[in-house]
Design a protein around this ligand. Structure first.
Ligand code: AMP
Length: 409
């Protein structure tokens, strides 16, 4: 298929053409997000297969013209969903497939072409990402079975953070655990931090090299110190549980919490793990939801736990950003992204209030305007640093890294 003629599909505007597209796949434990992105990154087809394995399994597909289709696949699992997705996209003759893979361990510092060794590594790293890496491997194998000649690339969430120095990535625990068991901090959300920091460096007027704190605030949350395009420290660690308070994840807690809960309540390690990953964060504190919109509404109506959830969330982000600034030789600015970072102006304002000793000044009106996919800066005159909202585009970053890994760009 790689040698086929590209298909030209003009949108209504007649401007967009899906030429030499890359298929980006993000296979999760019960869902598959996909995007077919043109070589020049200007055009895409997107979709989501969700509820996989359940009676309600379905594919929501948006065509090149923006038309929405829904295909039900009751009980369908990853393999079936991928077969249907690939059948929908086959006509566009994609030239490569890029997979988002959560954990790349110590070996991978950039995207790599899939071969047997890479696939084995993705599977082996299940021990560090039990929910994600097996699903990612399934996606690779399903594509391989149908299109053995199309090159596939894996883009690791951890790869961008491989530039962290030992002072940031080691835990202060016995050395043998690092050397023999690879226990260290890896960091995640790498494609998002890479994309928004690179974009900030493109659009700022500040002379380089630039030092950015990137705050990816969505259902999962992490912050990274990026200097001169390299991650120097980040808030997530061995797993995506460390660091900031998130939708359902606790972020940092006392490491002795496990032993305390075991002794006091007889909880098993698995129960504690589920509690910290799925029942904590905004959901745990508010008792309402992991969705900030629901919590903001309840807080406005006087719900005390919702108010505390928002305060804690912002306090913890501000505190983390302040500490991560220590990693940067120069501090150019903060970049907000993710569902919350891109849409909640009040959350951004509260976080900046927490950082009150940094000489940051922001324009409230500009901040309020930067929602719903808008990109721009909102610092005021005399601010010590720049403030940006940059919508993340992980699919675009994965497509770009896929083409780079294959020498197509
Ligand atoms: P993500 O995981 O990046 O899709 O982000 C999901 C989070 O973004 C959820 O907590 C949503 O409540 C939050 N979010 C999305 N839109 C808004 C909005 N307009 N105002 C506040 N939070 C939002």
């Amino acid at each position: 298929m790689s040698d086929s003629t590209p298909v030209f599909n003009d949108r209504n505007t007649g401007k967009s053409k899906l030429i030499n597209p890359t298929l980006v796949l993000n296979c999760g434990s019960s869902s598959i997000k996909y995007a077919l992105i043109s070589e020049d990154e200007s055009t895409r087809i997107t979709g989501l297969a969700e509820n996989l394995g359940l009676d309600t399994a379905r594919i929501k597909h948006t065509t090149l013209n923006g038309e929405k289709l829904e295909i039900t696949i009751p009980g369908g699992r990853h393999e079936l969903a991928l077969q249907k997705i690939l059948a929908l996209l086959e006509q566009y003759h994609f030239v490569a497939v890029g997979h988002r893979v959560v954990h790349g361990g110590r070996e991978y510092s950039k995207a790599v072409r899939v071969d047997q060794h890479v696939l084995d590594e993705v599977k082996r790293l299940k021990i560090l990402a039990p929910l994600h890496n097996p699903a990612n491997a399934l996606g690779i194998e399903a594509v391989e079975a149908i299109y053995p000649d199309i090159p596939q690339v894996v883009v690791f969430d951890t790869a961008f953070h491989q530039t962290m120095p030992p002072v940031a990535y080691r835990y202060p625990i016995p050395k043998a655990l690092y050397e023999e068991e690879k226990i260290r901090r890896y960091g995640f959300h790498g494609t998002s931090h890479a994309y928004v920091s690179e974009r900030a460096s493109e659009i700022t007027d500040a002379k380089g090299p630039h030092g950015w704190l990137t705050a990816h605030l969505g259902n999962g949350c992490s912050a990274t110190a990026v200097y001169n395009g390299e991650s120097l420290d980040t808030s997530m660690g061995l797993t995506p549980l460390e660091g900031l308070m998130m939708g359902t994840r606790s972020g940092d807690v006392d490491p002795s919490l496990h032993i305390h809960l075991k002794r006091k309540l007889g909880m098993s390690l698995e129960e504690i793990d589920t509690m910290l990953n799925s029942e904590s964060g905004l959901l745990g504190i508010s008792g309402l939801s992991n969705d900030l919109r629901t919590i903001e509404q309840a807080a406005n109506e006087g719900h005390k736990d919702a108010q505390l959830a928002i305060e804690m969330f912002c306090y913890r982000v501000g505190k983390y950003l302040a500490s991560l600034s220590c990693a940067l030789p120069d501090f150019t600015g903060i970049v907000f992204t993710g569902g919350i970072g891109e849409n909640s102006a009040t959350t951004r304002a509260r976080i900046l209030d927490v950082m009150r000793h940094f000489g940051i000044k922001f324009n409230a009106e500009k901040n309020d305007d930067l929602v719903g996919g808008a990109e721009g800066s909102f610092q005021d005159e005399g601010s010590s640093i720049e403030l940006w909202v940059i919508p993340t585009d992980e699919e675009c970053q994965i497509a770009k890294e896929t083409c780079q890994a294959l020498g197509l760009k």
